[in-house]
Design a binder for this molecule. Structure first.
Ligand code: AKB
Length: 305
């Protein structure tokens, strides 16, 4: 796995170790993990194609989960670097995957591919996608590259358009949907949250358990079921900052919030509110488990531990 220190990588690497055994998973990131674990770990910069190639050969890698990327908010601070890491990193992976006959590649796409021309509610699998962030542009281009490698070289590459992911196990960094994780930590630690999005900004979100299960189910699905080689639309839930605040407040009555929208508001407004994921449901049987209320119960229970 590339990018195993990130919000999703931290949890997905645990699950892959559980599934395949500790001796069969190589985690990697550009820096040492902040929290030490016993998984096999390598420092890999995704721009270092030779190192990736050496690791593939040295460990006889058969599947690649390519999670390394700069996200929507952080990406805007350095568009050129974001493009380089997100695009060249993916191209290195796709090229090496063909060269080394890798069985399967996973590429995470995002709701950041949606833009002002995309239908805002029940966003279909295929629509007008003109993202406004460099992260979104890199993800839509990445999806097209994945489809291209599948069509041209038969590479089995699979992808999900993750909504904002919310989990207690790890903290997100540099995203626009990060508020929905931070709010739980604030509720428990200080009892107050300054939210960087406006109260009625509705965005698609998903609980980490569902996001990880979706990833593993997609990767386990028989190849003939996978008819979509761009990212799959995926529904978890949709809510506004006010709705998640009220849901937490029901459980922690003294919790307070202030809304102080910053530059991320504009990014959030360019995305859509709800998604149609019938393609994922029909092709590989996706089904969501967590709604807002169930997620709040679990997040608070886990974080209080
Ligand atoms: C972000 O906010 O940039 C990410 C994403 C939606 O891909 N969480």
């Amino acid at each position: 796995m590339l990018g195993s220190n990130g919000q999703i990588g931290t949890v997905l690497s645990e699950k892959l170790v559980e599934k395949f055994g500790i001796e069969n998973v190589v985690c990697s990131d550009v820096r040492e993990p902040k929290i030490k674990h016993s998984h096999y770990f390598e420092i890999i910069d995704v721009l270092d194609k030779t190192k990736i190639s050496d690791i593939i050969q040295g460990f006889k890698i058969t599947q690649i989960y390519h999670l390394a990327a700069l996200l929507s908010a952080k990406g805007e601070q350095n568009p050129e670097l974001t493009w380089k890491i997100n695009m060249q990193g993916l191209l290195n992976v796709l090229d090496l995957a063909v060269q080394h006959k890798i069985n399967k590649v996973f590429f995470p796409s995002s709701i950041a591919i949606y833009g002002p021309t995309t239908p805002k509610s029940h966003t279909p699998q295929y629509a007008s996608f003109q993202p406004t962030t460099i992260y979104g542009i890199s993800k839509i281009a990445g999806e097209m590259w994945c489809e291209y490698y599948h069509n041209k070289f038969g590479l089995d590459v699979r992808s999900i358009r993750y909504p904002g992911v919310i989990g207690w196990q790890s903290l997100p960094e540099g995203g626009t949907t990060d508020y929905a994780v931070e709010i739980f930590h604030a509720a428990i630690h200080t009892g107050h949250y300054n939210c960087f999005l406006a109260e009625n900004t509705r965005l698609p979100m998903i609980y980490m358990d569902d996001a990880i299960r979706a990833t593993l189910e997609l990767m386990d699905a028989a190849p003939e079921k996978i008819k979509t080689r761009v990212g799959y639309n995926l529904v978890g839930m949709s809510f506004t900052p006010k709705e998640i605040y009220l849901s937490i407040k029901e459980r922690i009555p003294e919790f307070t919030i202030e809304y102080k929208p910053d530059f991320r508001q504009k990014i959030a407004e360019s995305w859509t509110e709800t998604i149609d994921d019938s393609c994922a449901r029909d092709e590989w049987g996706w089904k969501v488990n967590y709604n807002l209320s169930r997620m709040c119960d679990d997040m608070l229970r886990q974080l209080k531990k």
